[in-house]
Design a protein around this ligand. Structure first.
Ligand code: GAR
Length: 208
């Protein structure tokens, strides 16, 4: 049984990366993290990777460097680890086609909102504001493929609804969303791993 190879891209704290690391360590998720890459030198996610014995690499955009050039270099770096999946787990840079076209249907993004709602930064804060204005009664979390430069949009792989209650504060909503993300992301990766094993089994049957 082949083990799914992941490259995880992070920009910050890395609690979702931690959820993946924990699921791999416990055997819940049959995957190997080939590397964790960050565009921020001080991202705590890098520390989490090192603690788990996973290579941690910083790839910062240099001053004046064009986005397309940075993204092409990043693609080259990520490609050198031969990932089955590239996981954007709190990666806070929009990726352009020089990166995306290198990994067709192989990039997944986690976002703390439901499809079509609150793309971009501060999604949880904006959802909470919308709740206070009586515009929504729930928000959520989604995992989707990244086929193009669209911000937090693309074919949906998984989602989870998070209700907002009257006694919720921004902090409690953030806690609920993050708890939900950790589950949804790992569940999605488990499905992708199972699919990969299935595909491998089929190609084995065909080849004998
Ligand atoms: C997560 O909430 C993730 O969904 C969000 O960044 C956070 C990273 O947390 N991503 C986006 O907003 C992408 N547009 P973490 O570093 O603790 O995993």
């Amino acid at each position: 049984m082949r083990t799914m190879r992941l490259v995880v891209l992070v920009s910050g704290n890395g609690t979702n990366l931690q959820a993946i690391l924990d699921a791999v360590r416990s055997g819940e998720l049959n995957a190997r993290l080939a590397v964790v890459i960050s565009n921020k030198q001080d991202a705590y996610g890098l520390e989490r990777a090192r603690t788990a014995g996973v290579p941690a690499v910083v790839k910062e955009k240099t001053r004046g460097q064009e986005r397309a050039v940075y993204d092409a270099e990043l693609a080259h770096l990520v490609g050198s680890y031969q990932p089955d999946w590239v996981v954007l787990a709190g990666w806070m840079r929009i990726l352009s086609m020089p990166f995306i076209s290198r990994f067709p249907n192989r990039i997944i993004n986690l976002h703390p909102a439901l499809p079509g709602a609150f793309p971009g930064v501060d999604a949880i804060e904006r959802a909470f504001q919308a709740y206070q204005q009586g515009k929504i009664s729930h928000t959520g979390v989604m995992v989707h493929l990244v086929p193009d430069e669209g911000v937090d949009s693309g074919p949906l792989l998984n989602q989870c609804m998070v209700p907002i209650f009257q006694d919720d504060t921004l902090e409690t909503l953030q806690q609920k969303i993050h708890a939900c993300e950790h589950v949804v992301l790992v569940e999605t990766l488990k499905k992708l791993a199972a699919q990969m094993e299935d595909d491998d089994a089929k190609s084995f049957v065909i080849s004998i």
